[in-house]
Design a protein around this ligand. Sequence first.
Ligand code: PEP
Length: 252
Amino acid sequence: MRKKLIIGNWKMNLNMQEASLYLHKLMEVLKPRRDVEVVVAPTTLTLQSLSLQINRRIAKLAAQNCYWRDHGAYTGEVPAAHLRGIADYVLIGHSERRYIFIESDKDIRLKVQAAIRNRLQPILCIGETAQERALGETRDVLADQLTSGLANVTAEELDKVVIAYEPIWAIGTGDNAKPVDVKKATQMIRQHVAHLYGKKAAEEVRILYGGSITVDNAADYLAISGLDGLLVGAASLDIHQFTEIIEKAHKG
Ligand code: PEP
């Protein structure tokens, strides 16, 4: 059975002191669970210090982004190579990166490859816009983003990859996707992974949902068969809400 995975994306929130205090509390309240893996994604600046503070039996760390080259004249970027040993996972292609920072499919493909090369597990975020959804293009958009994002990933490397279904219109809007639609999207993703890598790989790949998750709606998604967990944004900033969501994954 695949373990449930709950990831808290802190986005550009929680400075060093706040992040350290949050992590301290999280380490106090969470117990190591065999059936739930917990990950938090703080800002890049805080990662190294939090990596010394965290108990990895209880939770792990994700970077929110990385650059794909390992070194060189790329002012302001942080390469996956420097995150190696500090973070366990890295978010790649989050919609805020795709749409605010205009990351291309090629950037995302290269970042997935750089993450794997540097022993980080990529969390490849994919999802359709409201317009694409209205036009009935969700299946094609997901297939294109998967084909492109995984283009350099071998069948052996696929077990390192986590796929997060994050419909753009549901992120940070309070307009969460209906569980029935998330279930359909999860099936579309598995079907396309099967097309690219075969049935076994498709059964094993971990798929998350993200988009306006709250304590009140989390259980509805955790009950979806074939869905392996949640990528939580705003609600993860409140430690009580985040731990309650984790508890639901444990019980679910
Ligand atoms: C996210 O940042 O990936 C996210 C899903 O945010 P929110 O839960 O705030 O919609």
